[in-house]
Design a protein around this ligand. Sequence first.
Ligand SMILES: CC(C)[C@H](C(=O)O)[C@@H](O)C(=O)O
Ligand code: SF4
Length: 430
Amino acid sequence: MTRPRTLVEKIMARASGGADVRPGDIVTVQVDLAMAHDSSGPRRWRARLEALGARLWDPDKVVIVSDHYVPAVDPASAEILKTTREFARDYGVERFYDMRGICHVVLPEHGHLKPGMFVAGGDSHTTNGGAFGCYAAGFGATDMTAIVATGKTWTVVPETIRVEIAGEFREGVAAKDVMLLLCRELGMGNHFKTIEYGGPAVRAMDMEARMVLSNMAAELGGDTGLIEPDETTLSHIRAHGGEVEDEAIARWRSDAGCGYAKVHAVDASALQPQVAAPHSPANSDAISNASGERIDQAYIGACIGAKLTDLQMAARVLEGRKVARGVRLLVAPASAKVTHAAARDGTLATLTEAGAVILPSGCGACAGLGAGLLAEGEVCISSTNRNFRGRMGHKDAQVWLGSPFTVAASAVTGTITDPREFLGERRRAA
Ligand SMILES: CC(C)[C@H](C(=O)O)[C@@H](O)C(=O)O
Ligand code: SF4
């Protein structure tokens, strides 16, 4: 009888060749998938690979996405994109997604993530992929270069913090609100820890909401944000062209009695919408303590906050309403597929009728690179994951974080607003 193990211990044991691994062990692992984008990938790899005379260990296990610099806004970004495109061509990377959306959304859209995998990504929010029951973590450019050349890397087997989410979300409250709460309650320094989310409220979530939890494991400082696979996971993978066996559900889960470093309980039923004040996601509070702050801009974008369901949340608030005079609402859908789906189901029409401006898909203002940056003293509420000083423009711009519901409600009033005011009305009228 083997000892009870956490999901991440099982994944690391497999990736390192079947040994019984324990938290704190340093192991060499075989990587199943390596992902990078235009900022972290080819422009950082090419000279080193050429100097070593190295090729890619397996071009079919490397995914490259252009998302940070798209569409090019100046000669420098055009040059970076050219380097990215030439590399994909010269090194035989078939899975090159050029201007198809943000990497963390593009990977699951193509069924690339499966339970049990070890995924190395050149981006801190690679944690997003943990929603599919795989170990997906961010690596720096030097490590990523070694990974794409050899297929191997080393890692510390992490301890696991289990976040148990009970109850049911109330109207107007979303997965993002859980993460803003956790940034405050758990802090942002949970390094060398895996954050594992479970409980009835997680089981009830669709994959897009689960990805929000895993995405912001990065803000908690965790190396990944794992969710044990279930039927929802498997159907999503299959619907997006991936293959996965039914056995994955029983195999890739934490055993009863495994040693969690900590178990943290959240009651979804008692959760209010949360907002984070400038300049940290941990600077969060219930919206009742922050509402009334005047805004100049509302931004719905990024890997975490502009998937189809995020745009639909905003549309539910904005239906039949208008963006306040003097406020701009910018929406940058997370991928080309999201744009297409939101055009087909009427979501984009609802947003634009309310006065939203639709921006190109990509990291855009979230990365401080694209359209939607802020001037000195301007105030923005944003569905993104980070509000670090200067990230979205001027260092003295003020960025608040909230769910897509909250961002949309704030766009309507011109001040930070509890979305339940609007959704509640609608429910009573219905
Ligand atoms: C530029 C990139 C490497 C960076 C990251 O790793 O997270 C970006 O995506 C971000 O969100 O700050
Ligand atoms: S959308 Fe923002 S958080 Fe996500 S990968 Fe791009 S820059 Fe990073």
